[in-house]
Design a protein around this ligand. Structure first.
Ligand SMILES: Nc1nc2c(ncn2[C@@H]2O[C@H](COP(=O)(O)OP(=O)(O)OP(=O)(O)O)[C@@H](O)[C@H]2O)c(=O)[nH]1
Ligand SMILES: [Mg+2]
Length: 657
């Protein structure tokens, strides 16, 4: 087993353990009738996060540095031959995702380049299978597989207008970046815009997704790659080649797409110095060769502005060859294991942190509400026992009096409930307002207006103003959302407080809804686009491409941010109500139980002792429940391996009762 496999295996075991612990908690909650619909939904969400968990590794470089070969060497050597096409010159023509979905037969799905004209993003098009060409993969035959994968390298000729209408930049001169013109005045463009390979492979099956990218030019033309796929990858490998050294365009790719602080933390970003076999000169001593490799690694580190220990010299080609032929010496000499090990060490803890962050909040909420319900049940039983004990040796009058008191309590509570129902209708009005602000239709209207303004804008400054306006308005909407959410929270604060004052319900403070996250994302998006435009004075033809880029990426991303905000608001609204609802339900059960007890004693169908004994049993039952819950919680916290601050959050039930 390779190094990556081991790291990945450990991660998968962890993830499965967590999944098991959470599903166990869930079935237990159901068996105890402790969960309500909302809690169930949240646990479901956690489980599906764990189930569909994907780990993205991206390979980025100028063309011909050996990205595809490196992928072949690290992940597909077991296949006995090259899987991804790799050859001199430009080979990979479109971004290619390698993954495995068990429900789908092995295949390559190819998105025609023409779909660029529609302005629809690749992510959106993933939801429309009929837009993709599907080529089945015959996994039994390595030859047929490599043949089918040759599609990734396909190009076609179109005329200049067609290329431009697809937003592809046509280079006027050899030295420029862009699709080059052929002698007959046509432009060679990639045949496909994006490829998804569904390939059965143990790592892919466990959720690994490998992203192979074409050289620089294509990176520049598919903004989604650079704006969303790369920044969200858990590891990005940047590849250089020892034979070409560090060129100007390498540096450009590095700075534009990988080492950009605007793309977030540089966690899991590593540099690979490939093709070191070119330095294996038989006339030189091994130490000399070693020195030369180290020298180049240092050089590379200096150029990229990173520490030399983050540069991994390898030979992808020899690693693949060595693995395929079982030549251990060659594999060792290729130094691929060091890279594999580092890759595992870098990306897996990073990924684990992300999963942990995503899940901890939900789990903490679930556990908190469970503890609350149990605590409340216990409190109710104790109060009830006290009440009954106080009746000991009392005459019928006292018992009558007590019964009246319980009846009064019950009536008062029912009145509060009616008020609560009335508040609910205010609550739903308020949430409607919130949803109106968040409505994607409004955003789409803004998008359409911005598009019109941009298309009629004649100057670069004009374009900038349109973009700024777009961001300003979408931010203003989020501010409105924040205000509305605050109002809802205050409303619920009041309701909670009233129940607590009047009926002794546990003090739960509803959570606030923060829009900071979305504002920050929008800000980041704005900066990225401002940066792209700064210092540019554009020709009309380039304006079109700027507008297109803006709509392909920024607008799509803004829409995604809004969708996320919508989903989060949904969840928030559920959680804000559900503790209240479950408390009310529990309180009702208790009131009924109290009334029933006293009635029976009153009618002398039961003795006081009988009733008390019964209650003791109920109490023991709840205590067992409490213990069982804690055992399960402990298991989950252990797997999540939370630090003490987070654990405090798990235990942090605000409580005044
Ligand atoms: N000598 C040597 N050649 C290599 C090595 N790795 C890749 N190559 C060769 O370099 C050429 C380019 O490799 P690819 O894997 O196609 O490079 P790429 O980065 O995927 O290039 P594009 O797909 O065009 O962006 C191929 O001919 C490979 O055989 C290596 O470690 N040593
Ligand atoms: Mg390639």
């Amino acid at each position: 087993m390779g190094n990556i496999d081991q790291h990945f295996e450990a991660y998968s075991t962890w993830r499965k353990g967590l999944f098991q612990a959470v599903s166990d908690l869930r079935s237990w909650l159901q068996s105890q009738e402790l969960a309500d619909v909302q809690l169930d939904q949240r646990i479901d969400q956690v489980l599906s996060t764990l189930r569909d968990d994907k780990l993205y590794v991206a390979f980025v470089a100028e063309f011909s540095r050996g990205k595809s070969e490196l992928i072949n060497a690290i992940f597909f050597a077991n296949f006995g031959q090259r899987v991804l096409p790799s050859s001199a010159g430009r080979t990979t023509m479109c971004p290619t995702e390698l993954m495995f979905d068990k429900g789908t037969a092995p295949c390559v799905r190819l998105l025609p380049i023409e779909t660029r004209s529609s302005g629809t993003s690749v992510t959106e098009l993933k939801g429309f299978p009929e837009q993709w060409k599907t080529v089945p993969l015959d996994i039994e035959s390595p030859e047929k597989v490599s043949q089918a994968l040759m599609h990734i390298a396909e190009i076609k000729k179109v005329n200049r207008d067609t290329a431009q209408s697809m937003g592809l930049h046509v280079a006027e001169e050899e030295t420029q970046n862009g699709m080059s013109l052929t002698i007959d005045g046509m432009v060679e463009v990639p045949m496909w815009r994006h490829a998804i390979i569904n390939f059965p492979h143990p790592l892919l099956e466990q959720g690994l997704v490998i992203l192979d990218t074409p050289g620089l030019n294509a990176l520049g033309t598919e903004p989604e790659l650079t704006l969303s796929l790369l920044p969200s990858a858990h590891a990005v490998l940047f590849i250089l080649a020892a034979d070409s050294g560090v060129t100007k365009s390498d540096i450009q790719v590095w700075h534009d797409y990988i080492n950009n602080p605007k793309h977030g933390a540089n966690k899991g970003r590593m540099a690979v110095l490939n093709k070191i076999d070119g330095l294996w000169d038989d006339l030189k001593k091994p130490e000399e060769i070693q020195r030369e490799i180290e020298r180049q690694a240092h050089d590379t580190a200096k150029h990229l502005g990173i520490e030399v220990r983050h540069v991994y010299p390898v030979s992808a080609q020899k690693a693949l060859l060595g693995k395929v032929t079982g030549d251990r010496k060659l594999v060792e000499r290729s130094r691929i294991s060091e890279l594999e090990d580092a890759l595992g060490k870098e990306m897996i803890p990073h990924k684990r942190d992300i999963v942990r962050d995503n899940i901890s909040g939900d789990m903490a909420d679930v556990i908190k509400s469970m503890r609350l319900v149990i605590m409340q049940r216990l409190k109710g039983v104790y109060e009830h026992m006290e009440e009954l004990a106080s009746l000991n040796g009392k005459n019928q009058d006292v018992i009558d009096h007590m019964m009246d008191k319980v009846k009064v309590d019950k009536e008062a509570f029912e009145k509060s409930l009616m008020r609560f129902q009335a508040t609910r209708s205010i609550f739903s009005q308020q949430t409607n307002v919130l949803y109106t602000h968040l409505n994607l239709k409004n955003l789409d209207r803004l998008i359409a207006e911005t598009k019109k303004d941009m298309e009629t804008s004649m100057t670069t400054a004009g374009l900038k103003t349109c973009m700024t306006n777009f961001f300003k308005q979408s931010q203003a909407t989020l501010d409105e959302v924040a205000k509305q959410a605050q109002e809802i929270k205050e409303l619920m604060d009041g309701v909670y407080k009233k129940f607590q004052d009047e009926h002794g319900l546990t003090n739960v403070k509803p959570k606030a809804f923060s829009v900071m996250k979305y504002l920050r994302e929008l800000k980041r998006l704005e900066e990225k686009h401002a940066q792209a435009l700064s210092g540019m004075s554009l020709y009309m033809s380039e304006q079109n491409s700027v507008i297109r880029k803006f709509f392909d990426s920024a607008v799509g991303k803004a829409r995604a941010i809004y969708s996320l905000a919508n989903r989060d608001a949904d969840n928030w609204l559920k959680t804000i109500m559900s503790p209240m609802e479950s408390q009310v339900r529990e309180h009702q059960i208790q009131l009924r139980r109290r009334l029933e007890s006293i009635k029976r004693i009153h009618k002398a169908t039961d003795t006081l002792e009988d009733r008390l004994k019964e209650l003791e049993q109920v109490r023991t039952g709840i205590r067992t429940q409490e213990k069982d819950l804690e055992t399960r919680v402990e298991k989950i916290t252990k797997v999540l391996n939370l630090d003490s601050a987070q654990q405090a959050g798990f235990a942090g039930i605000e409580q005044s009762a």
